[in-house]
Design a protein around this ligand. Structure first.
Ligand code: F6R
Length: 606
Protein backbone atom coordinates (compact mmCIF):
# COMPACT_ATOMS: atom_id res chain seq x y z
CA UNK A 1 0.00 0.00 0.00
CA UNK A 2 2.80 2.32 -1.11
CA UNK A 3 6.16 2.32 0.58
CA UNK A 4 8.29 5.34 1.32
CA UNK A 5 11.98 5.50 2.12
CA UNK A 6 14.38 8.35 2.85
CA UNK A 7 18.07 8.42 3.62
CA UNK A 8 20.52 11.09 4.75
CA UNK A 9 24.23 10.69 5.55
CA UNK A 10 27.68 12.08 4.87
CA UNK A 11 28.51 9.82 1.93
CA UNK A 12 27.11 10.43 -1.54
CA UNK A 13 25.66 6.95 -2.10
CA UNK A 14 22.08 7.80 -1.11
CA UNK A 15 20.65 6.42 -4.38
CA UNK A 16 22.25 2.99 -3.89
CA UNK A 17 20.72 2.72 -0.43
CA UNK A 18 17.36 4.09 -1.57
CA UNK A 19 17.19 1.43 -4.29
CA UNK A 20 17.90 -1.32 -1.75
CA UNK A 21 15.19 0.16 0.48
CA UNK A 22 12.72 0.34 -2.39
CA UNK A 23 13.34 -3.28 -3.32
CA UNK A 24 12.74 -4.26 0.30
CA UNK A 25 9.49 -2.27 0.22
CA UNK A 26 8.27 -3.47 -3.15
CA UNK A 27 5.82 -5.84 -1.44
CA UNK A 28 3.83 -2.73 -0.46
CA UNK A 29 3.14 -1.77 -4.07
CA UNK A 30 4.66 -2.22 -7.48
CA UNK A 31 2.68 0.00 -9.84
CA UNK A 32 5.51 2.53 -10.16
CA UNK A 33 8.67 3.60 -8.36
CA UNK A 34 10.71 6.76 -8.08
CA UNK A 35 13.25 8.69 -6.10
CA UNK A 36 14.61 12.20 -5.68
CA UNK A 37 18.17 12.98 -4.70
CA UNK A 38 20.00 16.16 -3.70
CA UNK A 39 23.58 16.92 -4.57
CA UNK A 40 24.37 20.56 -3.87
CA UNK A 41 21.29 21.68 -5.72
CA UNK A 42 18.11 19.91 -6.63
CA UNK A 43 16.16 17.89 -5.83
CA UNK A 44 16.45 15.79 -9.02
CA UNK A 45 13.61 13.34 -9.63
CA UNK A 46 13.72 9.96 -11.41
CA UNK A 47 10.55 7.89 -11.71
CA UNK A 48 9.02 5.16 -13.83
CA UNK A 49 5.77 3.29 -14.21
CA UNK A 50 5.99 -0.43 -13.34
CA UNK A 51 8.31 -2.39 -11.11
CA UNK A 52 11.49 -1.08 -9.51
CA UNK A 53 13.52 -2.81 -12.23
CA UNK A 54 12.18 -0.11 -14.64
CA UNK A 55 13.52 2.62 -12.36
CA UNK A 56 16.85 0.79 -12.14
CA UNK A 57 16.99 0.63 -15.95
CA UNK A 58 16.45 4.38 -16.03
CA UNK A 59 19.42 4.83 -13.69
CA UNK A 60 21.54 2.12 -15.30
CA UNK A 61 23.90 4.39 -17.23
CA UNK A 62 24.68 6.72 -14.37
CA UNK A 63 23.67 6.42 -10.75
CA UNK A 64 23.28 10.01 -9.53
CA UNK A 65 25.33 10.81 -6.45
CA UNK A 66 23.95 12.60 -3.42
CA UNK A 67 23.95 12.47 0.36
CA UNK A 68 20.22 12.68 0.84
CA UNK A 69 17.20 11.41 -1.00
CA UNK A 70 13.65 10.11 -0.81
CA UNK A 71 12.00 7.20 -2.63
CA UNK A 72 8.61 5.65 -3.19
CA UNK A 73 7.00 2.48 -4.49
CA UNK A 74 3.34 2.91 -5.40
CA UNK A 75 0.08 1.00 -5.05
CA UNK A 76 -2.34 3.20 -6.97
CA UNK A 77 -5.28 4.84 -5.23
CA UNK A 78 -5.71 8.11 -7.16
CA UNK A 79 -4.88 7.88 -10.85
CA UNK A 80 -3.59 4.97 -12.95
CA UNK A 81 -0.02 3.67 -12.73
CA UNK A 82 1.82 6.03 -15.12
CA UNK A 83 5.15 7.86 -15.06
CA UNK A 84 3.29 11.11 -14.27
CA UNK A 85 1.47 9.61 -11.29
CA UNK A 86 4.63 8.01 -9.89
CA UNK A 87 6.19 9.68 -6.83
CA UNK A 88 8.12 11.84 -5.94
CA UNK A 89 5.85 14.73 -6.90
CA UNK A 90 7.00 18.28 -7.43
CA UNK A 91 5.17 21.59 -7.55
CA UNK A 92 5.19 24.10 -10.41
CA UNK A 93 8.97 24.39 -10.09
CA UNK A 94 11.26 21.53 -9.09
CA UNK A 95 12.20 23.14 -5.76
CA UNK A 96 10.16 20.71 -3.68
CA UNK A 97 9.90 16.91 -3.99
CA UNK A 98 7.52 14.84 -1.90
CA UNK A 99 6.76 11.14 -1.37
CA UNK A 100 3.56 10.14 0.37
CA UNK A 101 1.79 7.01 1.58
CA UNK A 102 -1.91 7.30 2.47
CA UNK A 103 -4.79 9.40 1.18
CA UNK A 104 -5.23 13.17 1.38
CA UNK A 105 -8.99 13.32 1.78
CA UNK A 106 -9.34 17.05 1.14
CA UNK A 107 -7.16 16.99 -1.98
CA UNK A 108 -10.03 18.00 -4.30
CA UNK A 109 -10.69 21.21 -2.39
CA UNK A 110 -6.97 21.98 -2.12
CA UNK A 111 -6.42 21.32 -5.83
CA UNK A 112 -9.25 23.67 -6.80
CA UNK A 113 -7.94 26.36 -4.49
CA UNK A 114 -4.36 26.00 -5.78
CA UNK A 115 -5.49 25.91 -9.43
CA UNK A 116 -7.40 29.15 -8.89
CA UNK A 117 -4.15 30.68 -7.68
CA UNK A 118 -2.41 29.59 -10.89
CA UNK A 119 -0.84 26.26 -9.93
CA UNK A 120 -0.50 23.75 -12.75
CA UNK A 121 -0.92 20.04 -11.90
CA UNK A 122 0.97 17.33 -13.74
CA UNK A 123 -0.55 14.21 -12.15
CA UNK A 124 -3.94 12.82 -11.07
CA UNK A 125 -2.70 12.13 -7.56
CA UNK A 126 -3.92 13.46 -4.24
CA UNK A 127 -0.25 13.82 -3.24
CA UNK A 128 0.61 16.57 -5.68
CA UNK A 129 -1.21 19.21 -3.65
CA UNK A 130 1.54 18.90 -1.01
CA UNK A 131 4.53 20.25 -2.99
CA UNK A 132 2.34 23.02 -4.42
CA UNK A 133 1.29 24.11 -0.92
CA UNK A 134 4.91 24.01 0.32
CA UNK A 135 5.98 26.03 -2.70
CA UNK A 136 3.46 28.76 -1.85
CA UNK A 137 4.65 29.03 1.75
CA UNK A 138 8.28 29.22 0.58
CA UNK A 139 7.33 31.99 -1.82
CA UNK A 140 5.73 33.83 1.11
CA UNK A 141 9.07 33.78 2.91
CA UNK A 142 8.64 30.76 5.18
CA UNK A 143 11.67 28.58 5.98
CA UNK A 144 11.45 25.03 4.56
CA UNK A 145 10.52 23.71 8.01
CA UNK A 146 7.81 26.35 8.50
CA UNK A 147 6.52 25.68 5.00
CA UNK A 148 6.35 21.95 5.73
CA UNK A 149 4.51 22.44 9.05
CA UNK A 150 2.03 24.93 7.57
CA UNK A 151 1.32 22.55 4.71
CA UNK A 152 0.74 19.57 6.99
CA UNK A 153 -1.73 21.67 9.02
CA UNK A 154 -3.87 21.96 5.87
CA UNK A 155 -4.06 18.19 5.22
CA UNK A 156 -6.76 15.82 6.33
CA UNK A 157 -6.73 12.08 5.78
CA UNK A 158 -3.93 9.61 6.38
CA UNK A 159 -0.35 10.23 5.45
CA UNK A 160 3.30 9.49 5.92
CA UNK A 161 5.27 12.12 4.03
CA UNK A 162 8.93 12.81 3.36
CA UNK A 163 10.13 15.96 1.59
CA UNK A 164 13.26 17.44 0.05
CA UNK A 165 13.60 21.16 -0.81
CA UNK A 166 16.13 23.07 -2.83
CA UNK A 167 16.78 25.58 -0.03
CA UNK A 168 18.07 23.13 2.57
CA UNK A 169 20.03 19.91 3.03
CA UNK A 170 17.53 18.38 5.43
CA UNK A 171 14.73 15.85 5.09
CA UNK A 172 11.34 16.81 6.54
CA UNK A 173 8.84 14.09 7.40
CA UNK A 174 5.68 13.41 9.35
CA UNK A 175 3.05 10.74 9.85
CA UNK A 176 -0.65 10.60 10.67
CA UNK A 177 -2.50 7.32 10.23
CA UNK A 178 0.17 5.79 7.96
CA UNK A 179 3.31 4.05 9.22
CA UNK A 180 6.73 5.70 9.36
CA UNK A 181 9.77 4.49 11.28
CA UNK A 182 13.18 6.09 11.74
CA UNK A 183 16.38 4.05 11.42
CA UNK A 184 19.54 5.36 13.09
CA UNK A 185 23.16 4.52 12.29
CA UNK A 186 26.31 6.51 13.11
CA UNK A 187 25.53 9.82 11.47
CA UNK A 188 23.06 8.34 8.99
CA UNK A 189 19.30 8.23 9.17
CA UNK A 190 16.67 6.27 7.29
CA UNK A 191 12.94 6.80 7.23
CA UNK A 192 10.66 4.09 5.92
CA UNK A 193 7.15 2.68 5.97
CA UNK A 194 8.46 -0.52 7.50
CA UNK A 195 11.62 -1.70 9.28
CA UNK A 196 12.73 -4.33 6.69
CA UNK A 197 13.26 -1.46 4.23
CA UNK A 198 16.48 -0.42 5.99
CA UNK A 199 17.34 -3.59 7.90
CA UNK A 200 20.35 -4.06 5.59
CA UNK A 201 21.81 -0.86 7.06
CA UNK A 202 20.68 -0.66 10.67
CA UNK A 203 18.68 -2.44 13.33
CA UNK A 204 18.41 0.65 15.57
CA UNK A 205 14.92 2.02 15.26
CA UNK A 206 12.81 4.89 16.61
CA UNK A 207 9.08 4.28 16.23
CA UNK A 208 7.30 7.51 15.40
CA UNK A 209 3.79 8.39 16.47
CA UNK A 210 0.98 10.13 14.62
CA UNK A 211 1.60 13.87 14.67
CA UNK A 212 5.40 13.61 14.99
CA UNK A 213 7.39 15.91 12.72
CA UNK A 214 10.97 14.83 12.01
CA UNK A 215 13.76 16.98 10.66
CA UNK A 216 16.89 15.03 9.65
CA UNK A 217 20.35 16.40 8.98
CA UNK A 218 23.56 14.36 8.82
CA UNK A 219 24.30 13.26 12.38
CA UNK A 220 21.35 15.13 13.85
CA UNK A 221 17.65 14.47 14.19
CA UNK A 222 14.85 16.39 15.82
CA UNK A 223 11.37 15.07 16.60
CA UNK A 224 8.68 17.59 17.54
CA UNK A 225 4.92 17.95 17.57
CA UNK A 226 3.33 19.77 14.67
CA UNK A 227 3.37 22.86 16.90
CA UNK A 228 7.11 22.50 17.46
CA UNK A 229 7.17 21.02 20.99
CA UNK A 230 10.22 18.70 21.33
CA UNK A 231 9.49 14.98 21.78
CA UNK A 232 11.84 12.28 23.10
CA UNK A 233 11.38 8.86 21.54
CA UNK A 234 13.48 5.88 22.63
CA UNK A 235 15.79 4.03 20.24
CA UNK A 236 15.08 0.30 20.14
CA UNK A 237 17.10 -2.56 18.69
CA UNK A 238 15.16 -4.86 16.38
CA UNK A 239 16.15 -8.52 16.58
CA UNK A 240 15.27 -9.40 12.97
CA UNK A 241 18.21 -10.65 10.95
CA UNK A 242 18.57 -8.96 7.51
CA UNK A 243 18.94 -12.50 6.13
CA UNK A 244 15.39 -13.16 7.33
CA UNK A 245 14.15 -10.43 5.06
CA UNK A 246 16.01 -11.68 1.95
CA UNK A 247 14.90 -14.37 -0.51
CA UNK A 248 17.95 -16.60 0.01
CA UNK A 249 18.08 -19.57 -2.35
CA UNK A 250 14.32 -19.61 -2.94
CA UNK A 251 12.65 -18.46 -6.15
CA UNK A 252 10.00 -16.57 -4.22
CA UNK A 253 9.54 -15.06 -0.78
CA UNK A 254 6.33 -17.02 -0.47
CA UNK A 255 8.12 -20.37 -0.84
CA UNK A 256 10.86 -19.24 1.53
CA UNK A 257 8.29 -18.18 4.10
CA UNK A 258 6.35 -21.45 3.77
CA UNK A 259 9.63 -23.28 4.43
CA UNK A 260 10.49 -21.04 7.38
CA UNK A 261 7.48 -22.26 9.32
CA UNK A 262 9.25 -24.83 11.49
CA UNK A 263 11.55 -22.01 12.67
CA UNK A 264 8.90 -19.33 12.96
CA UNK A 265 6.59 -21.66 14.88
CA UNK A 266 9.41 -22.49 17.31
CA UNK A 267 9.90 -18.75 17.84
CA UNK A 268 6.18 -18.26 18.42
CA UNK A 269 6.05 -21.07 20.96
CA UNK A 270 9.37 -20.49 22.72
CA UNK A 271 8.91 -20.35 26.49
CA UNK A 272 5.16 -19.88 26.23
CA UNK A 273 3.69 -23.32 26.92
CA UNK A 274 4.69 -26.40 28.90
CA UNK A 275 2.93 -29.51 27.61
CA UNK A 276 3.91 -31.51 30.71
CA UNK A 277 2.55 -29.18 33.40
CA UNK A 278 0.00 -27.47 31.15
CA UNK A 279 1.35 -24.06 32.20
CA UNK A 280 1.02 -21.09 29.83
CA UNK A 281 3.41 -18.13 30.09
CA UNK A 282 2.38 -15.19 27.96
CA UNK A 283 4.78 -12.35 28.78
CA UNK A 284 2.37 -9.50 29.58
CA UNK A 285 -0.61 -11.70 30.41
CA UNK A 286 -0.12 -13.51 33.74
CA UNK A 287 -3.02 -15.53 35.23
CA UNK A 288 -5.89 -13.22 36.17
CA UNK A 289 -5.20 -10.66 33.44
CA UNK A 290 -8.58 -11.25 31.85
CA UNK A 291 -10.76 -11.88 34.94
CA UNK A 292 -13.17 -9.09 33.97
CA UNK A 293 -13.74 -10.27 30.42
CA UNK A 294 -17.22 -11.58 29.64
CA UNK A 295 -17.04 -11.89 25.86
CA UNK A 296 -14.45 -11.73 23.10
CA UNK A 297 -14.74 -10.21 19.63
CA UNK A 298 -12.08 -10.68 16.96
CA UNK A 299 -11.69 -8.10 14.18
CA UNK A 300 -9.44 -8.73 11.19
CA UNK A 301 -9.18 -8.86 7.39
CA UNK A 302 -8.28 -11.53 4.84
CA UNK A 303 -5.99 -14.24 6.11
CA UNK A 304 -5.93 -12.70 9.58
CA UNK A 305 -9.73 -12.90 9.61
CA UNK A 306 -9.44 -16.63 8.98
CA UNK A 307 -7.00 -16.90 11.90
CA UNK A 308 -9.54 -14.96 14.00
CA UNK A 309 -12.24 -17.48 13.03
CA UNK A 310 -10.01 -20.31 14.27
CA UNK A 311 -9.41 -18.32 17.47
CA UNK A 312 -13.10 -17.79 18.20
CA UNK A 313 -13.85 -21.45 17.45
CA UNK A 314 -11.17 -22.43 20.01
CA UNK A 315 -12.47 -20.05 22.69
CA UNK A 316 -16.17 -20.52 21.99
CA UNK A 317 -15.94 -24.29 22.12
CA UNK A 318 -14.43 -23.94 25.60
CA UNK A 319 -17.27 -21.93 27.06
CA UNK A 320 -16.32 -18.28 26.53
CA UNK A 321 -18.67 -16.35 24.19
CA UNK A 322 -16.66 -15.30 21.16
CA UNK A 323 -17.28 -13.98 17.64
CA UNK A 324 -15.14 -12.94 14.69
CA UNK A 325 -15.97 -9.96 12.48
CA UNK A 326 -14.59 -8.63 9.21
CA UNK A 327 -12.94 -5.43 10.37
CA UNK A 328 -14.33 -3.33 7.50
CA UNK A 329 -17.87 -4.32 8.46
CA UNK A 330 -17.29 -3.93 12.19
CA UNK A 331 -16.04 -0.39 11.62
CA UNK A 332 -19.36 0.63 10.04
CA UNK A 333 -21.77 -1.41 12.17
CA UNK A 334 -20.23 -2.28 15.48
CA UNK A 335 -22.03 -4.80 17.69
CA UNK A 336 -22.69 -3.81 21.31
CA UNK A 337 -19.56 -3.66 23.51
CA UNK A 338 -18.86 -2.63 27.09
CA UNK A 339 -15.89 -2.59 29.46
CA UNK A 340 -16.17 -6.38 29.85
CA UNK A 341 -15.76 -6.94 26.12
CA UNK A 342 -12.27 -7.78 24.89
CA UNK A 343 -11.82 -6.86 21.21
CA UNK A 344 -8.81 -8.58 19.66
CA UNK A 345 -7.41 -7.13 16.43
CA UNK A 346 -5.55 -9.82 14.51
CA UNK A 347 -3.17 -8.13 12.10
CA UNK A 348 0.19 -9.32 10.87
CA UNK A 349 1.34 -5.85 9.86
CA UNK A 350 -0.42 -3.95 12.62
CA UNK A 351 -1.12 -1.27 10.00
CA UNK A 352 -4.25 -2.47 8.17
CA UNK A 353 -6.54 0.56 8.05
CA UNK A 354 -9.78 -1.45 8.27
CA UNK A 355 -8.57 -3.30 11.37
CA UNK A 356 -7.32 -0.11 13.00
CA UNK A 357 -10.68 1.55 12.31
CA UNK A 358 -12.54 -1.38 13.90
CA UNK A 359 -10.28 -1.31 16.96
CA UNK A 360 -10.82 2.44 17.33
CA UNK A 361 -14.60 1.88 17.09
CA UNK A 362 -14.36 -0.76 19.80
CA UNK A 363 -12.33 1.54 22.04
CA UNK A 364 -14.78 4.39 21.54
CA UNK A 365 -17.55 2.03 22.65
CA UNK A 366 -15.69 1.34 25.89
CA UNK A 367 -14.22 -2.08 25.06
CA UNK A 368 -10.75 -3.24 26.07
CA UNK A 369 -8.55 -3.79 22.99
CA UNK A 370 -5.69 -6.16 22.31
CA UNK A 371 -3.53 -6.44 19.17
CA UNK A 372 -2.19 -9.80 18.04
CA UNK A 373 0.49 -8.72 15.60
CA UNK A 374 3.88 -9.53 14.12
CA UNK A 375 5.25 -6.01 14.19
CA UNK A 376 6.60 -4.46 17.37
CA UNK A 377 5.94 -0.73 17.31
CA UNK A 378 3.13 -1.02 14.74
CA UNK A 379 0.12 1.26 15.03
CA UNK A 380 -2.12 -1.55 16.31
CA UNK A 381 0.44 -2.51 18.95
CA UNK A 382 0.69 1.07 20.12
CA UNK A 383 -2.96 2.03 19.99
CA UNK A 384 -4.40 -1.04 21.71
CA UNK A 385 -4.48 -1.47 25.47
CA UNK A 386 -2.29 -4.57 25.11
CA UNK A 387 -0.33 -6.41 22.43
CA UNK A 388 0.69 -10.02 21.94
CA UNK A 389 3.46 -10.54 19.38
CA UNK A 390 3.33 -13.61 17.18
CA UNK A 391 7.14 -13.57 16.64
CA UNK A 392 7.02 -14.98 13.09
CA UNK A 393 9.85 -12.78 11.76
CA UNK A 394 9.47 -10.51 8.71
CA UNK A 395 7.02 -11.65 6.07
CA UNK A 396 7.63 -10.09 2.64
CA UNK A 397 5.54 -12.20 0.23
CA UNK A 398 2.18 -10.53 -0.32
CA UNK A 399 0.42 -13.82 0.39
CA UNK A 400 0.45 -14.37 4.15
CA UNK A 401 1.75 -17.84 5.03
CA UNK A 402 3.97 -18.23 8.09
CA UNK A 403 2.16 -15.45 9.90
CA UNK A 404 -1.17 -17.33 9.61
CA UNK A 405 0.37 -20.36 11.34
CA UNK A 406 1.91 -18.19 14.06
CA UNK A 407 -1.35 -16.26 14.50
CA UNK A 408 -3.31 -19.48 15.05
CA UNK A 409 -0.76 -20.79 17.57
CA UNK A 410 -0.69 -17.45 19.41
CA UNK A 411 -4.49 -17.29 19.50
CA UNK A 412 -4.67 -20.84 20.89
CA UNK A 413 -2.33 -19.90 23.76
CA UNK A 414 -4.09 -16.59 24.35
CA UNK A 415 -7.44 -18.40 24.12
CA UNK A 416 -6.44 -20.86 26.81
CA UNK A 417 -5.27 -17.97 29.05
CA UNK A 418 -8.66 -16.30 28.53
CA UNK A 419 -10.62 -19.48 29.21
CA UNK A 420 -8.69 -20.10 32.44
CA UNK A 421 -9.26 -16.54 33.64
CA UNK A 422 -12.93 -16.31 32.70
CA UNK A 423 -14.34 -19.84 32.87
CA UNK A 424 -12.16 -20.49 35.91
CA UNK A 425 -10.36 -23.73 35.02
CA UNK A 426 -8.06 -25.25 32.45
CA UNK A 427 -9.86 -26.45 29.38
CA UNK A 428 -10.32 -30.20 29.15
CA UNK A 429 -7.52 -32.05 27.36
CA UNK A 430 -5.37 -28.92 27.07
CA UNK A 431 -2.11 -30.79 27.71
CA UNK A 432 -2.83 -32.84 24.56
CA UNK A 433 -3.30 -29.60 22.61
CA UNK A 434 -0.07 -28.16 24.04
CA UNK A 435 1.78 -31.35 23.26
CA UNK A 436 0.49 -31.24 19.65
CA UNK A 437 1.62 -27.61 19.44
CA UNK A 438 5.10 -28.50 20.61
CA UNK A 439 5.27 -31.20 17.89
CA UNK A 440 4.02 -28.74 15.29
CA UNK A 441 7.42 -27.49 13.99
CA UNK A 442 8.57 -31.08 13.32
CA UNK A 443 5.24 -32.02 11.80
CA UNK A 444 5.37 -29.03 9.44
CA UNK A 445 8.90 -30.07 8.47
CA UNK A 446 7.60 -33.54 7.54
CA UNK A 447 5.02 -31.96 5.25
CA UNK A 448 7.66 -29.74 3.63
CA UNK A 449 9.87 -32.80 3.06
CA UNK A 450 7.22 -35.13 1.64
CA UNK A 451 4.34 -33.05 0.24
CA UNK A 452 2.80 -34.18 -3.05
CA UNK A 453 1.28 -30.73 -3.58
CA UNK A 454 3.45 -30.11 -6.65
CA UNK A 455 2.16 -33.24 -8.39
CA UNK A 456 -1.46 -32.57 -7.42
CA UNK A 457 -1.30 -28.94 -8.60
CA UNK A 458 -0.06 -30.24 -11.96
CA UNK A 459 -2.69 -32.96 -12.19
CA UNK A 460 -5.59 -30.51 -11.74
CA UNK A 461 -4.01 -27.50 -13.40
CA UNK A 462 -6.62 -26.97 -16.11
CA UNK A 463 -9.71 -27.23 -13.93
CA UNK A 464 -12.62 -24.81 -14.24
CA UNK A 465 -12.67 -23.92 -10.54
CA UNK A 466 -11.25 -25.16 -7.25
CA UNK A 467 -13.38 -25.70 -4.15
CA UNK A 468 -12.25 -26.12 -0.57
CA UNK A 469 -14.42 -27.53 2.22
CA UNK A 470 -13.99 -28.01 5.96
CA UNK A 471 -16.11 -28.23 9.09
CA UNK A 472 -15.75 -26.70 12.57
CA UNK A 473 -12.19 -25.60 13.30
CA UNK A 474 -11.16 -26.22 9.68
CA UNK A 475 -13.95 -24.30 7.97
CA UNK A 476 -11.63 -21.25 8.23
CA UNK A 477 -8.84 -23.37 6.73
CA UNK A 478 -11.08 -24.06 3.70
CA UNK A 479 -11.65 -20.30 3.37
CA UNK A 480 -7.94 -19.64 3.70
CA UNK A 481 -7.03 -22.37 1.20
CA UNK A 482 -9.33 -20.76 -1.37
CA UNK A 483 -8.13 -17.21 -0.64
CA UNK A 484 -4.50 -18.19 -1.11
CA UNK A 485 -5.30 -20.14 -4.27
CA UNK A 486 -7.24 -17.33 -6.00
CA UNK A 487 -4.88 -14.62 -4.78
CA UNK A 488 -1.75 -15.97 -6.42
CA UNK A 489 -3.03 -18.25 -9.22
CA UNK A 490 -5.89 -15.95 -10.42
CA UNK A 491 -8.00 -19.11 -10.81
CA UNK A 492 -11.55 -19.26 -9.48
CA UNK A 493 -11.42 -20.76 -5.99
CA UNK A 494 -14.06 -20.79 -3.22
CA UNK A 495 -14.11 -22.10 0.32
CA UNK A 496 -17.27 -23.47 1.90
CA UNK A 497 -18.40 -24.92 5.20
CA UNK A 498 -18.68 -28.60 4.25
CA UNK A 499 -22.30 -28.79 5.41
CA UNK A 500 -23.29 -25.77 3.31
CA UNK A 501 -22.45 -27.34 -0.06
CA UNK A 502 -25.88 -28.91 -0.42
CA UNK A 503 -27.55 -25.57 0.30
CA UNK A 504 -26.42 -24.02 -2.98
CA UNK A 505 -22.77 -24.34 -4.00
CA UNK A 506 -23.28 -27.98 -5.04
CA UNK A 507 -24.81 -26.59 -8.24
CA UNK A 508 -21.30 -25.48 -9.24
CA UNK A 509 -19.71 -28.89 -8.73
CA UNK A 510 -18.82 -30.83 -11.92
CA UNK A 511 -16.09 -33.28 -13.02
CA UNK A 512 -14.02 -30.17 -13.87
CA UNK A 513 -14.06 -28.76 -10.33
CA UNK A 514 -11.77 -30.59 -7.90
CA UNK A 515 -12.82 -30.36 -4.26
CA UNK A 516 -10.17 -30.20 -1.54
CA UNK A 517 -11.68 -31.54 1.69
CA UNK A 518 -9.97 -30.93 5.02
CA UNK A 519 -10.30 -33.51 7.81
CA UNK A 520 -9.10 -33.25 11.41
CA UNK A 521 -10.29 -36.44 13.09
CA UNK A 522 -13.35 -34.57 14.46
CA UNK A 523 -16.73 -34.53 12.67
CA UNK A 524 -15.10 -36.60 9.92
CA UNK A 525 -18.12 -38.81 9.19
CA UNK A 526 -20.24 -35.77 8.39
CA UNK A 527 -17.60 -34.29 6.12
CA UNK A 528 -17.21 -37.68 4.46
CA UNK A 529 -20.94 -37.59 3.62
CA UNK A 530 -20.37 -34.21 1.94
CA UNK A 531 -17.48 -35.73 0.00
CA UNK A 532 -19.80 -38.46 -1.24
CA UNK A 533 -22.30 -35.83 -2.43
CA UNK A 534 -19.50 -34.23 -4.41
CA UNK A 535 -18.27 -37.50 -5.85
CA UNK A 536 -21.79 -38.38 -6.96
CA UNK A 537 -21.56 -35.29 -9.22
CA UNK A 538 -18.30 -36.56 -10.71
CA UNK A 539 -15.92 -34.10 -9.01
CA UNK A 540 -12.48 -35.42 -8.06
CA UNK A 541 -11.81 -35.17 -4.32
CA UNK A 542 -8.43 -34.47 -2.74
CA UNK A 543 -8.52 -35.17 1.00
CA UNK A 544 -6.21 -33.29 3.31
CA UNK A 545 -5.92 -35.71 6.19
CA UNK A 546 -3.69 -38.04 8.16
CA UNK A 547 -3.05 -41.61 6.97
CA UNK A 548 -4.73 -42.84 10.14
CA UNK A 549 -8.05 -41.68 8.71
CA UNK A 550 -8.45 -44.83 6.63
CA UNK A 551 -12.09 -44.38 5.62
CA UNK A 552 -11.28 -41.00 4.13
CA UNK A 553 -8.01 -42.10 2.50
CA UNK A 554 -9.77 -45.03 0.78
CA UNK A 555 -12.49 -42.79 -0.50
CA UNK A 556 -10.54 -39.86 -1.94
CA UNK A 557 -9.02 -39.67 -5.43
CA UNK A 558 -5.87 -38.17 -3.94
CA UNK A 559 -4.54 -37.34 -0.50
CA UNK A 560 -2.40 -34.51 0.80
CA UNK A 561 -1.13 -36.20 3.92
CA UNK A 562 -0.63 -34.52 7.28
CA UNK A 563 0.92 -36.12 10.37
CA UNK A 564 -1.56 -37.42 12.93
CA UNK A 565 -2.17 -34.79 15.60
CA UNK A 566 -4.79 -33.19 17.84
CA UNK A 567 -7.91 -32.02 15.92
CA UNK A 568 -7.37 -28.43 17.19
CA UNK A 569 -3.91 -28.36 15.60
CA UNK A 570 -4.59 -30.37 12.42
CA UNK A 571 -5.86 -27.26 10.60
CA UNK A 572 -2.44 -25.58 10.76
CA UNK A 573 -0.86 -28.63 9.13
CA UNK A 574 -3.61 -28.92 6.51
CA UNK A 575 -3.12 -25.26 5.71
CA UNK A 576 0.60 -25.81 5.03
CA UNK A 577 -0.36 -28.41 2.41
CA UNK A 578 -2.81 -25.94 0.88
CA UNK A 579 -0.17 -23.17 0.88
CA UNK A 580 2.11 -25.48 -1.12
CA UNK A 581 -0.75 -26.40 -3.45
CA UNK A 582 -1.46 -22.73 -4.21
CA UNK A 583 2.21 -21.96 -4.65
CA UNK A 584 2.76 -24.77 -7.16
CA UNK A 585 -0.48 -24.03 -9.05
CA UNK A 586 0.60 -20.38 -9.42
CA UNK A 587 4.15 -21.36 -10.34
CA UNK A 588 2.89 -23.69 -13.08
CA UNK A 589 0.81 -20.83 -14.45
CA UNK A 590 3.89 -18.58 -14.30
CA UNK A 591 2.21 -16.01 -12.08
CA UNK A 592 4.20 -13.26 -10.30
CA UNK A 593 3.78 -15.07 -6.99
CA UNK A 594 5.27 -12.48 -4.64
CA UNK A 595 3.47 -9.59 -6.32
CA UNK A 596 -0.02 -10.70 -7.30
CA UNK A 597 -1.81 -8.21 -9.49
CA UNK A 598 -3.79 -5.43 -7.80
CA UNK A 599 -2.71 -6.50 -4.30
CA UNK A 600 -0.29 -5.11 -1.74
CA UNK A 601 1.08 -6.50 1.49
CA UNK A 602 -0.03 -3.77 3.81
CA UNK A 603 -3.40 -2.19 3.11
CA UNK A 604 -3.31 1.20 4.77
CA UNK A 605 -6.48 2.65 3.21
CA UNK A 606 -10.09 1.81 4.15
C1 F6R B 1 -3.72 -12.68 2.06
C2 F6R B 1 -3.28 -11.56 2.88
C3 F6R B 1 -4.28 -10.54 3.28
C4 F6R B 1 -3.99 -10.03 4.71
C5 F6R B 1 -4.94 -8.87 5.06
C6 F6R B 1 -4.74 -8.39 6.48
O1 F6R B 1 -2.67 -13.56 1.79
O2 F6R B 1 -2.14 -11.46 3.22
O3 F6R B 1 -5.58 -11.03 3.18
O4 F6R B 1 -4.16 -11.08 5.60
O5 F6R B 1 -4.72 -7.80 4.17
O6 F6R B 1 -3.42 -7.97 6.70
P1 F6R B 1 -2.86 -7.80 8.16
O7 F6R B 1 -2.75 -9.15 8.78
O8 F6R B 1 -1.52 -7.16 7.98
O9 F6R B 1 -3.82 -6.94 8.90
Amino acid sequence: MCGIIARIGETDDAVDELLVGLENLEYRGYDSAGLAVKNGRGPTVFKREGQISNLKDLLANEVPSGELGIGHTRWSTHGPPTDENAHPHTGCSDRVAVVHNGIIENHDALRTELSERGHYFKSDTDTEVIPHLVEEHLADGATPEQAFRRTVQRLSGSYAIAMLVDESDAIYATRSGSPLVLGVREGKYYLASDVPAFLDFTDEVIFLDDGDVVVLEPGHHEITTLDGEPIERPTQTIDWDPEDAGKGAYDHYMLKEIHEQPTSLRQTLRGRADPVTGDIHLEDFPPGTFEDVERVQFVACGTSYHAGLVGSNFIGSRGLPSQTFLASEYAVSRPPVDENTLVIGVTQSGETADTLAALREAKDGGARTLAVTNVVGSTAARECDDALFIRAGPEIGVAATKTFSSQVVSLSLLGERLVRDVVGHRSEGITDVLSALSDLPDHVQQILDYSKAHRIAKQYHDSEAYFFIGRGSVFPVALEGALKFKEISYEHAEGFAAGELKHGPLALVTPATPVFAVFTGRHDQKTLSNVKEVEARGAPVVAVTSDANEAVVQHANDVLTIPETHPDVAGILANVQLQLLSYHAAEQLDRPIDKPRNLAKSVTVE
